[in-house]
Write a protein that binds this ligand. Structure first.
Ligand code: PLP
Length: 489
């Protein structure tokens, strides 16, 4: 494409994106294609000669769109939704146009400078303490791809600190702590680094949050048997049930073990910290007092399109001591003088996308009040859903609703003649969920909490309105009735 052809193709692309958004609610949420559909539709090799770009864009409509699950659909209630905004898309477009790997300050000063500023804006938005600001010169924030990447980076830095402060420690003695509710990122970090992972149990009566006493007991057991726990991944808003670990208690315990790094994964629920009224529930004070590092994903609940994970550390040298490798070809005057941030030393990769641009666009266009309004709206919509579940004799909440997530199951008192055992209830709920997941007009996902099969309902798509939630309640009731009668046959 030359510049003028790009202009035309670009207008057309924007028109089509607008049409896509206008018609989103008329589409099925879930794609109905079969595995391998695209391989059948596409040639075996890239074309020898360049093709007409109109034809390529038409094929996007014809072949790719039908294979999309519409995460921006107002009836997408699965996983944790990824709200996305036009401002974010435009930010990404400009970032692509600059295509700048931004690894050193000097290789594109705006990339580093904007990121440092936007990370401070975001830290303030979330109420993080000034120790985490880039302006502190000691702590700071960096943009990452994913929460998994953020956790892995924090764990690499924690391992490095442990080895520096305990020279000679055999690596097979090191232990990463997670809980049974931590996202798979904890186990994955263990896999990648070849380190042991200890999975701490949590109890239903604690709402699946890990308590300080379990952490203390595990540390004492491990240290007695020669193992060295060096990092604990705590979660604010677990994936299965939105549990908030007792960071206050854990932090108090870890004060006795200052070499254990506390990484707080708030990939989803971190955005609730933007609203002062949720800060206590999300344990902001404990995060500010005790977290060595903290992560949230703007690409989940922060109105920014994927990817936009944000990681803050209390001491930036913890990252740079672990990750700074500076061959001659990467040296710069400012880097040598130490007067600028060179973000390549804060994470695993070298090159990096200009992600801060889209966050900047979103924060400026929505404003702090706009972001808060959206978070509050999602939580209010989830409250409507949770109340409907609570007031129905045939459903139960498995855990108290957490922010914009409700975990529930069918627990019939009118739909089946007699009360059911746990096993039968699980079977019934599997059947119920199978029915629900065959629907294409909404999407929910399932989970298990200490052996109890349950269903998750998460509000977060930027277009979800009350009517969508009420329609979901109706569909769920309808499918529950059908599942209960099928189960009894
Ligand atoms: N942490 C939590 C609590 C999550 O719920 C998720 C994903 O849903 C993740 C981490 C993983 O996020 P990412 O895809 O950014 O690695």
């Amino acid at each position: 494409l030359d510049i003028e052809e790009f202009r035309k193709a670009g207008y057309k692309a924007i028109d089509r994106i607008c049409e896509y958004y206008y018609s989103l609610q008329d589409k099925s949420v879930v794609s109905q294609v079969q595995p391998g559909y695209l391989r059948e539709a596409l040639p075996e090799e890239a074309p020898e000669h360049g093709e007409d770009f109109d034809a390529i864009q038409d094929d996007y409509q014809k072949l790719i769109v039908p294979g999309l699950t519409h995460w921006q659909h107002p009836s997408f209630f699965a996983y944790f939704p990824t709200a996305c905004t036009f401002e974010g898309m435009l930010g990404d477009l400009y970032a692509s146009s600059a295509t700048n790997p931004g690894f050193n300050w000097s290789c594109s000063p705006a990339c580093t400078e904007l990121e440092a500023v936007v990370m401070d804006w975001s830290a303030k938005l979330l109420g993080l303490s000034p120790e985490f600001y880039n302006t502190s010169g000691i702590g700071g924030g960096v943009m990452m791809t994913t929460a998994s990447d953020s956790a892995l980076t924090a764990i690499v830095a924690a391992r490095s600190r442990h080895i520096r402060t305990h020279p000679g420690t055999p690596l097979d003695k090191l232990v990463i702590y997670v809980t049974s509710q931590t996202h798979s990122l904890g186990l994955k970090a263990g896999l990648v680094l070849g380190l042991q992972v200890r999975v701490l149990d949590v109890k239903a009566e604690d709402n699946f949050a890990v308590r300080g006493e379990s952490v203390k007991k595990a540390i004492e057991e491990d240290r007695e048997s020669g193992r060295e726990p060096f990092v604990l991944v705590a979660t604010v808003g677990t994936t299965s049930s939105g549990a908030v670990d007792r960071i206050d208690e854990i932090g108090t315990v870890l004060r006795e073990y200052p070499n254990i790094w506390l990484h707080v994964d708030a990939a989803w629920a971190g955005m609730t910290l933007s609203c002062p009224e949720y800060r206590e529930t999300a344990r902001l004070e404990a995060i500010n007092n005790y977290a060595t590092s903290f992560c949230t994903n703007f690409h989940k609940w922060g109105l920014v399109n994927f990817d936009a994970s944000t990681l803050w550390v209390r001491e930036r040298t913890l990252l740079t001591d672990a990750l700074d490798i500076t061959p001659e070809f990467l040296r710069t005057k400012h880097g040598d003088e130490g007067t600028v941030i060179d973000y390549r030393n804060w994470h695993l990769g070298l090159g990096r996308r200009f992600r801060s641009l889209k966050v900047w666009f979103v924060l400026r266009s929505w404003g702090v009040e706009g972001v808060r309004g959206y978070i509050r709206k999602c939580i209010a919509l989830n409250d409507i859903f949770a109340s409907a579940i609570r007031s129905s004799p045939d459903f139960e909440l498995v855990t108290p609703p957490s922010f914009a997530l409700t975990v529930f199951r069918l627990s019939p008192s009118t739909l089946t003649p007699q009360p059911l055992s746990l096993e039968s209830l699980n079977d019934l709920n599997r059947l119920f969920y199978t029915r629900l997941s065959k629907r294409h007009d909404l999407l929910l996902t399932q989970t298990q909490l200490n052996g109890v099969f349950c269903i998750r309902f998460a509000v977060g798509a930027a277009r979800t309105e009350e009517a969508d939630v009420r329609r979901a309640v109706d569909v769920i009731r309808e499918e529950a009735t059908l599942a209960a009668s099928a189960w009894q046959e």
